[in-house]
Design a protein around this ligand. Structure first.
Ligand code: AHR
Length: 802
């Protein structure tokens, strides 16, 4: 016998509820229960308990995958639905059941057939029947996988900081991304052509428009006013900013403008009723003493969205600040420039010009609220920074030198990112730590420059390495020392008197340099252990349980895998040698193809493969304390990316999560603190083509992988069990779930899902919510029940147990 719960929806006129069927909104007419309606194009509308649950409004060309709540009745695709419904025909229950059975939804059909008497008893002629019934195991159920969760067998504790973030300056992650600064090349240091090569190679910044003089700045002359602009190395702002922008105004009158304009990072984000904080380092000469007008102007120059004036400026560089306030009537647009107009004849020099919209938690020099909120929503528990290759730099001079990222932003020199573009270092050491603090105080996992850069400049262990080891100790003191320490005092001076927590540092990035790394790692390790014995020192050599004779505290494994590759390693860590291996940090991983053909942000297929990876990491989180997808961020504008498959995409106005973001978000939000023993019988398998390094697309070899992937965790205080299941196939997946070692499981729980109908479906900057996660009521649960998981879905079943 099984405890089967299902709902049938019958003979409902779509006109009864169409007008009220907006996701999340109550229905008109007080209907309750599930209603499945045909939409003209052969899609479903799903309504749950008087509230529309479909992510697709009835009128949109939505997907067929939101037909939930009927046991086993998740139709694999639109085509099947079309064949079932033949267009707009309304189905009777008996015909629906017959067709389902005919079309191979054996479980659903069988269960529904079994339920007919109950339905009849309920006397439903129209609308909804929701039934929980003890049914004999129907013939169609034989052979489905049986998943046993042993709630009284705790395998291990699950790491509380398992889900985190990995970040570096790649894909305009900070400048043009998370860092809220709107102006590009704010201190005029960017070369007309990008000078830095990617990952140590010589090259040019192909994303940057080639300009003769000052990248991202242009001269404004309107209404007949005239002037000229040029870089002026003879008038540096300070030692770090070794030039300025000189504007000579020849003539300017009423209704004329002469000035300079900045185009931002693929536009400037203008919103109504918003305050922008502008900062300008400037001085005047040749008779010019003011005013300066700062303005947000449409790119066609016709509309001024906001402006402010600095009445007088001196003939020495000084900082001026102004607030620009947009009116409620201003449109939301990125079609804008920031302009500085000089009010009379003469010369003005600009050393640094900056514009900030409101930031997350209103931090000065802060971060974008919308993207930060995504980290909070994901319940990220740590941040690995600053890389990645960005830590190493293309060469020694362009490594991430944390000391050059401190203090007043107008004094930070900036440097070339190994990803081929300029980094302002406005998001520097302190900002990383504040980022951690602001996302529910997540753990910093701090990268230490190891003496190795991508251009293969290496400081040898011993004397040569000593200054770098000292830098590392200073870096830790800056983070954790109180204000009585030298570097703690520096942090206090920079605006953060309270020390930060720090439990993990990592030496270098992806270093597989044999004995050279071993000697450097050990030198860092000894120095750090001597002063900070509680800090774990991560080795950046993957799958190396020993570094020389030393067992590192933690090793950092990276996995970038094709979809079959990721599915193929679904159980890699299950049998890992826990006795002889350090703990494993999955510091970078993602499903992607390294031939450039993957999308900028993961599609549904990649998201589900990433879900399989995350399930494995969760199941093994006694071994794996932390894991983070990489890269985290991508600016989706043309030329804004150097890497495909990134977790979060954005332009200057909007951001969105790739499919993997939604899977990781729901997985991170719903999990317990203990890992339960769970095993499956009758586990179905399938053959998938092998892919991976050295394997051609034409290679006929196949590998056998499970049809579905699972893990179970339990929150010990509440008794809630979280069953995660990924079904990456195109067929519904019925699973017979048995839970032992509990007294009861409540019949009603919740189901969190990310699903779709087409593996290549993906979110984009214009369609940001095609794939999202939803949480809804799940019924028919117990200690023995059948649940059918949708095709192409990642699920968390939330079971309330005692
Ligand atoms: O995540 C992108 C890059 O991949 C990282 O910078 C590097 O560590 C890895 O090779």
């Amino acid at each position: 016998m099984i405890n089967a719960h299902f709902k049938l929806i019958l003979k409902q006129q779509r006109s009864d509820f169409m007008q009220a069927a907006t996701p999340g909104q109550p229905l008109a007419g007080g209907q309750r229960g599930f209603i499945v309606n045909t939409i003209g194009n052969g899609c479903f509308q799903c309504i749950s308990f008087g509230v529309a649950t479909s992510t697709h409004p009835a009128t949109a060309s939505g997907s067929a995958n939101h037909l939930n709540g009927i046991i086993g009745l998740e139709l694999p695709n639109k085509d099947l639905y079309k064949r079932l419904s033949k267009g707009n025909e309304r189905l009777t229950e008996r015909r629906l059941m017959k067709k389902l059975t005919l079309f191979g939804c054996a479980v659903a059909g069988a269960a529904l057939m079994g339920a007919s008497p109950v339905m009849a008893a309920a006397g439903a002629s129209r609308g909804v029947v929701a039934v929980t019934a003890q049914l004999p195991l129907a013939p169609g159920l034989a052979g489905i996988p049986v998943l046993e969760i042993k709630a009284d067998q705790v395998k291990a504790k699950s790491s509380p900081i398992l889900y985190g973030l990995m970040t570096e300056e790649i894909n305009y992650s900070y400048d043009g991304g998370l860092y809220a600064e709107q102006l590009r090349n704010r201190n005029f240091k960017e070369a007309p052509r990008g000078g830095g090569g990617r990952r140590g190679q010589p090259g040019t910044d192909t994303g940057a428009p080639q300009r003769a003089t000052v990248p991202y700045w242009s001269l404004v002359q309107t209404g007949g006013g005239t002037g000229a602009m040029e870089l002026d190395a003879s008038q540096p702002l300070n030692e770090a900013v070794t030039r300025s922008l000189k504007l000579t105004v020849e003539s300017v009158g009423a209704n004329q403008h002469v000035g300079v304009a900045n185009e931002g990072f693929w536009g400037i984000g203008v919103r109504p009723s918003t305050q922008y904080r502008a900062t300008v380092w400037a001085k005047g000469g040749n008779g010019f003493t003011g005013p300066l007008t700062l303005a947000l102007v449409s790119t066609d120059g016709k509309t001024v969205y906001a402006q402010a004036q600095i009445v007088r400026i001196s003939d020495n560089f000084q900082m001026y600040e102004a607030t620009l306030q947009t009116a409620a009537s201003v449109p939301t647009t990125k079609d804008a420039t920031f302009q500085v107009w000089v009010g009379s004849k003469g010369t003005a020099w600009f050393g640094f010009v900056s514009l900030f919209p409101p930031t997350f938690k209103n931090r000065p020099n802060g971060l974008r609220p919308d993207i930060m909120q995504m980290f909070v929503d994901m319940k990220a528990r740590f941040l690995r920074f600053p890389g990645g290759n960005y830590l190493e730099g293309s060469d020694l001079a362009n490594r991430w030198n944390w000391k050059a990222t401190l203090g007043d932003v107008s004094q930070r020199p900036g440097h070339m990112s190994p990803w081929g573009y300029w980094s302002s270092d406005g998001l520097g050491m302190l900002e990383y730590l504040e980022w951690c603090e602001d996302v529910d105080n997540m753990e910093p996992v701090m990268g230490i420059y190891s003496g190795y850069s991508l251009g293969r400049q290496t400081a040898a262990a011993g004397e040569e390495l000593k200054p770098f080891v000292q830098d590392a100790l200073d870096q830790i003191e800056y983070t954790t020392g109180d204000a009585s320490t030298k570097w703690g005092a520096q942090r206090a001076k920079n605006g953060h008197p309270a020390p930060f927590k720090l439990h993990f540092v990592e030496i270098g990035n992806e270093e597989n340099r044999g004995p050279a790394y071993e000697a450097r790692y050990v030198q860092f390790l000894d120095a750090i252990r001597a002063r900070y014995p509680d800090i774990k020192v991560i080795s950046s050599v993957a799958e190396a349980p020993k570094i020389g004779n030393t067992t590192p505290d933690v090793q950092d494994d990276h996995h970038y895998m094709s979809p079959p590759g990721m599915l193929g390693m679904w159980n890699k860590y299950d049998s890992y040698d826990r006795k002889n291996s350090p703990q494993v940090f999955l510091g970078e991983w993602a499903t992607r193809l390294n031939n450039g053909s993957s999308p900028l942000t993961p599609n549904l297929e990649y998201g589900l493969c990433d879900g399989v990876a995350a399930i494995q990491f969760e199941r093994n989180s006694d071994l794996i304390p932390m894991q983070c997808y990489a890269p985290l961020l991508v600016n989706v504008n043309p030329g804004g990316s150097q890497w495909t498959c990134n977790l979060i995409g954005y332009d200057v106005l909007n951001c969105y999560g790739g499919a993997s973001y939604h899977v990781l978000k729901i997985f991170s939000n719903y999990r317990g603190n203990t890992i339960l023993a769970a095993e499956v019988q009758n586990s179905p398998t399938r053959e998938i083509p092998m892919r991976g390094p050295g394997i051609q697309a034409t290679d006929p070899r196949m590998r056998t992988v499970p049809r579905f992937y699972y893990d179970a965790t339990r929150e010990s205080a509440s008794g809630t069990i979280y069953l995660k299941v990924v079904n990456p196939t195109d067929a519904p997946l019925p699973v017979h779930v048995k839970i032992t070692g509990v007294t009861t499981i409540e019949p009603t729980g919740q189901i969190g899902e990310v699903k779709g109908i087409d593996p290549v479906e993906l979110n984009t900057i214009t369609e940001r919510e095609k794939i999202v996660s939803t949480v809804s009521k799940a019924e028919g649960l117990g200690t023995d029940f059948i649940r059918t998981f949708s095709p192409y879905s990642a699920n968390v079943l939330i079971l309330k147990g005692k």
